[in-house]
Design a protein around this ligand. Structure first.
Ligand SMILES: N[C@@H](CCC(=O)N[C@@H](CS)C(=O)NCC(=O)O)C(=O)O
Length: 205
């Protein structure tokens, strides 16, 4: 049993870290954060993550946040799980490139639908931003389909945490008004990921 405690909510980006910890057999514990009920804004949760977001991972050395950082941490802490090409500078940077793109561009495009009020107060402006979400998600996934997903995994033959992250973000497409079938490689990858026991286990949270 490790000392790791993950704060996560089903369906969110935090599930990426949960699946990675399960892949690593990390012996972690999970606290299910009730985002809909506003738990992320309580003083107790803000003492863990002052940003009021999931994921947050409590470790023996302190609290870590931000999905790409957590994914690399899990991969480095549990090297026997082979969740990242730790000895290959180019491939490791490619993995970080994909994870950064998912975090900084695709996730942000998605957030403009459920969290549009972060960027505007005006109802018409919010509506206009939400209408752009399918287009922006399509543009992000077109990049992934054409340039990143060489298959069967993001890094070709090597499975990595980037596959977990891509799986979780691809799971948002339907609610964003995009049919995953528009991206055949992404759809195949999504189905392949669903076969993994870690994914099935995470879905019971
Ligand atoms: N940049 C952060 C984003 C974290 C984030 O936005 N998490 C969402 C769930 S996917 C959240 O906690 N939302 C709660 C809120 O906005 O109140 C990361 O990559 O971990």
């Amino acid at each position: 049993m490790s000392e790791l405690m993950l704060y996560a909510t089903p369906g969110t980006c935090a599930m990426t870290v949960h699946i990675a910890l399960l892949e690593a057999n990390a012996g972690h514990q999970v606290h299910k954060v009730n985002l809909a009920g506003g738990e992320q804004r309580t003083p107790e949760y803000l003492a863990i993550n002052p940003k009021g977001r999931v994921p947050a991972l409590v470790t023996e050395h302190g609290v870590l946040t931000e999905t790409p950082a957590l994914l690399l941490y899990v991969a480095q802490r549990f090297p026997e799980a082979h969740l990242a090409p730790l000895n290959d500078p180019f491939l490791l940077a490619r993995m970080q490139e994909v994870n950064s793109f998912l975090a900084s561009t695709v996730h942000v495009s998605h957030a403009h639908r459920p969290r549009a009020s972060r960027w505007a107060d005006d109802a018409d402006a919010i509506k206009a931003m939400q209408q752009k979400v399918p287009q922006n998600m399509r543009e992000g996934f077109a990049q992934i389909e054409e340039h990143y997903l060489t298959g069967p995994w993001v890094l070709g033959e090597r499975f990595s945490v980037a596959d977990i992250y891509l799986f979780v973000v691809a799971g948002w497409l339907e609610s964003d008004g995009v049919d995953i079938a528009e991206f055949p490689r992404v759809a195949e990858h999504f189905a392949r990921m669903q076969q993994r026991p870690s994914v099935a286990a995470a879905q019971t949270l």
